[in-house]
Write a protein that binds this ligand. Sequence first.
Ligand SMILES: NC(=O)c1ccc[n+]([C@@H]2O[C@H](COP(=O)([O-])OP(=O)(O)OC[C@H]3O[C@@H](n4cnc5c(N)ncnc54)[C@H](O)[C@@H]3O)[C@@H](O)[C@H]2O)c1
Length: 340
Amino acid sequence: MSKIGVGIIGTGSIVNTYKKCIEELNDVSLVALYTKSSQRIEEAEAEFGVRVLADLEEFMAIEEIDLVCVCNESGRHGDAIKAAAKVGKHVLCEKPLEVTTEKIDELLEFSEKQGIKLGCVLQNRCSEAYRIVENTVKSGKLGKLLMGNAHINWYRPQDYYAHSDWRGTLEYDGGAALMNQGIHTIDLLINLMGDVKSVFGSVRTLIHDIEGEDVGIGLLHFENGAIGSITGGTALYPGYPEKVEIYGEKGSILMEGGTIKQWNVKEVPAPNFDVDKNDGSGSSDPTAIGHQHHKAVITDMIEAIDDMHPPMVEGKEARKAVAVITAIYKSSENEKMIYL
Ligand SMILES: NC(=O)c1ccc[n+]([C@@H]2O[C@H](COP(=O)([O-])OP(=O)(O)OC[C@H]3O[C@@H](n4cnc5c(N)ncnc54)[C@H](O)[C@@H]3O)[C@@H](O)[C@H]2O)c1
């Protein structure tokens, strides 16, 4: 297979993670970056060491780009995906795929029509610890699932929002604590517990000067009859490692900060608790995440382009967490249960 050429939309902080991954991978090369601001070109070229363009059409016309990585503000993901799909380029998009299910549905339809591969980066699915948990739960070793909880009780200072023109805005962040920070753990919960049937939620903006929520909770009813909950925030000082709790008839598993904390499964001995111990959590520092899981997602996407398998998190799969989060928002606004 010849090298896959990568073009990146965006020049923000997450692009450094991609740069590191691409440098370490043999079968990809970074071709060019796109920025919406022409004043940023010179600075970004010095920072990332490749051509940076401010003309989207010109960027999309670069033949050497096979895969477009969408790394700009969340509420602008859709426009970037559509532009790439229009010219038949495959897309790997940062979470969330977009900030509303309506926008996502439009994207899914268009990318399917264009015959491109669309993957979403929800990289926590790649952790070794999570994969052990996923295999155990999905092979039925926990028996009937009873309850699943996700807690993302994190902290961000006001500066985190004040220094950004999109974070915490409804248009470009789609909300705040749940849509931006909570989504990873909410995705893990849904992937383990199964599809959500209905949601009752409550969100508030208590200490930050932002449009989106800085605390939120959701009560979940899963299609399989189990119940569950989500708590999340960016107002919860100092920010504790995120947790996923899965309870079944035959035992329970608790994960914290991406590692296995408790394993009490009647028929399955506990695995090594040390797997993924050094991967870090973004509970109080957004830069504290490693790049290894992104590297696994990019590798998976390259294999998907090579028709070895579908992308690890396809568009329709990435829609699920956004559907639950937006249902929590809607429920909070209307003070009623929302059926998905
Ligand atoms: N998978 C993850 O764990 C993870 C982590 C961080 C961000 N993200 C996602 O990546 C996307 C981008 O997030 P980010 O943290 O990189 O945001 P960011 O604020 O650093 O960058 C966002 C955009 O702002 C613009 N920008 C940044 N610096 C600029 C500058 N100096 N001058 C002019 N424009 C500038 C660029 O267009 C850039 O693409 C979001 O969708 C976010 O949800 C995912």
